[in-house]
Design a binder for this molecule. Structure first.
Ligand code: ADP
Length: 587
């Protein structure tokens, strides 16, 4: 499928046409003035008469004709902000446009321009499918502890929260890094560091974004070309009292007159590096601040994920500045991250390569790759449109109470040498059962008795509790997929013959087990996410967003939620769910 990708900004329009992975056409209009603009087509620059974005968009059909680009079947649009509504790529219709418009207060600078481009493109190509891909969607998996500002409730209710941006880029480079390592993103903890004119870092834990450095707006976090990144919000009061500046003047300066531009007189890292090399102290300090801030986020995200497998650099600076990569990585040896200077010096990034630049023996891989946001948008468009419409059929819902899966060593520690658990009631999944024995869980705050043990035994002990159980124990269990246990907290397991402290304490992420036949009938793939409506008695119907699909042969289809989720939906005993949208994300 041939996809045209539109990336419209207030001062530029970038276009790409993709056939699978292959880019068949590329053009960019920028620097609009009343006299015209710069036009770059497949690398060749010229002047063009278009004075603004609307004129440039109107000229696109003729430009495509002129270069014999035909057969376009869909248009992908980059949108800055999808709020909490848009969890993935979305086919655009009038309702979707109205919903995007409703997000304007969240991105007053970006969304209106991008929407204008969407409207014009729909008028130009009314017969084509138009799909919106949002910079924010990838981060909607961030847990509340990462997205919530500690501010008054009325502010939060008005919508103030952290979102994160550059999602398309972070998702692409994390997947590309995993591919380069020959592993699945869902098995890795990756920090993606996108350093362009805008800059952000993102913690991608087992395929999902769990935190990123940009916040409510793209101002928070790293030092950028003209944006400040993190600043004490107390600056607003200080600047108002001391310099008489009002909120819009301060905000304007934080966006447009800060960052490298403020520190070193140029927003362009190449200039800053040149001046620093010539001895300019301000440029040297700017580089130090830039690298230090980025390194702090890498350390923070390694801690947030309980470990680190790979760092991937991208964006103009991340891709091209060997010295900046070196400065950022210096001092991270304690994480097991060591750079190889020769490999770091000039990695070959042609043809979407993703070379590794860590030293022999480094526990953490370091990868450099070009970001390919447009390619990723085209891929997401294709995936969305290729997916068959889901068949409306019901999904049995099972409520999992707190339980443990024990390893053989832990069974012996709790019940004595050579002890064999006694299989009790069989579970719905063939071969699985509840043991007749029970154990207790202990945390710093409390104890939970009569906790079920599910068999058969597993190589690694896993303890699944609800969020409420976590508070009863006084332990902060992360939401994880089954088996993803690195960096999880210790909990004391107590049996009749002994006890042991064991990691593997999680709140199980909601998921649907299914088999290949049922998955195909539902129109879903392994690793994708769906939204499921649960019709509950008592009028507490609830839509659960981002339910992970896990496909394996021989499995009976069943959605698993925990007791907190079941209580929220008013479920007692059995319930049924139904898909409300198609799957959105493939890891
Ligand atoms: P955008 O975020 O607008 O897409 P880019 O990803 O193109 O921006 O990144 C632009 C930044 O990359 C600029 O600061 C530029 O100076 C920097 N950059 C590009 N090439 C190099 C290089 N060889 N060395 C250092 N910085 C570079």
């Amino acid at each position: 499928m041939r996809v045209l990708v539109f990336n419209a900004g207030s001062s530029s329009l970038k276009l790409g046409v993709f056939d699978g992975k292959r880019q068949v056409f590329k053009a960019g209009f920028d620097r609009f003035t009343p006299e015209g603009c710069d036009l770059t087509v497949v690398g060749v620059k010229s002047r063009a008469p278009h004075r603004d974005l609307a004129a440039a968009i109107a000229a696109v059909p003729a430009l495509l004709d002129q270069h014999d680009v035909a057969g376009i079947e869909a248009v992908g649009h980059r949108l800055a902000h999808g709020g909490v509504e848009f969890t993935g790529p979305t086919r655009i219709d009038d309702d979707v446009i109205a919903e995007i418009e409703a997000q304007t207060p969240l991105a007053p600078l970006h969304n209106p321009v991008m929407l204008h481009a969407v409207r014009m493109a729909r008028d130009l190509w009314p017969a084509l499918a138009h799909v919106a891909v949002f910079d924010t969607s990838f981060h909607l998996t961030n847990p509340a502890r990462a997205t919530t500002y500690a501010v008054p409730a009325t502010w939060r209710e008005a919508g103030l929260r952290r979102f994160g941006f550059h999602g398309t880029s972070h998702k692409y480079v994390a997947e590309r890094a995993a591919e380069a390592l020959g592993q699945k993103a869902s098995d890795l903890r990756i920090i993606s560091v996108h350093l362009g004119n805008g800059a952000s870092a993102c913690a991608v834990q087992y395929g999902r974004s769990i935190d990123s450095s940009m916040g409510m707006t793209p101002l928070e976090g790293l030092v950028m070309g003209t944006r400040s990144g993190d600043v004490d919000p107390g600056a607003f009061g200080f600047l108002q009292r001391e310099l008489g500046l009002d909120v819009s003047a301060i905000e304007g300066a934080l966006y447009a007159d800060s960052g490298l531009k403020a520190l070193a007189g140029s927003s362009d890292m190449r200039d800053v590096e040149e001046r620093a090399a010539e001895g300019d102290a301000a440029a040297q300090l700017a580089i130090n601040i830039y690298a230090y801030r980025t390194r702090k986020y890498v350390g923070a995200y390694a801690a947030a994920m309980g470990g680190l497998d790979a760092v991937v650099f991208t964006g103009g600076i991340g891709e091209n500045s060997a010295s900046m990569r070196r400065r950022i990585c210096d001092g991270l040896e304690f994480l097991g991250l060591m750079l190889d200077d020769d490999r770091n010096r000039a990695p070959d990034l042609s043809d979407q390569a993703a070379p590794q630049i860590q030293a022999q023996g480094s526990r953490v891989a370091v990868i450099v790759t070009e970001t390919a946001e447009q390619l990723m948008i085209a891929r997401e468009v294709r995936q969305l449109l290729a997916r068959p419409a889901p068949i409306q059929r019901s999904i049995p819902v099972a409520v999992s109470g707190r339980h443990v899966h024990l390893s053989a060593e832990v069974v012996e520690a709790l019940f004595g040498p050579d002890y064999q658990l006694t299989p009790g009631a069989p579970l719905r999944q063939p071969g699985n059962w509840v043991a007749q024995e029970r154990i207790a869980l202990e945390g710093p705050k409390g104890r939970l008795d009569r906790v079920a043990i599910l068999g058969p035994m597993r190589p690694r002990t896993q303890t699944e509790i609800s969020r409420t159980d976590g508070f009863a124990l006084g332990l902060d269990a992360p939401v994880r997929d089954s088996g993803k246990l690195d960096g999880t907290p210790l909990v004391r397991l107590v049996g009749p013959a002994g006890s042991c402290a064991c990691d593997g304490l999680i709140v199980a992420a909601r998921h649907i087990h299914t088999n290949p036949v049922d998955a195909e009938a539902l129109g879903v793939e392994d690793g994708s996410f769906v939204n499921v409506r649960i019709a509950a008695p008592g009028g507490r119907d609830l839509v659960f967003h981002r339910v992970l699909i896990r496909v394996a042969p021989g499995i009976v289809m069943e959605m698993h939620i925990d007791t907190d989720e079941a209580n929220a939906a008013g479920i007692a005993g059995a319930a049924e769910g139904a898909l409300v949208t198609t799957a959105t994300t493939v890891l």
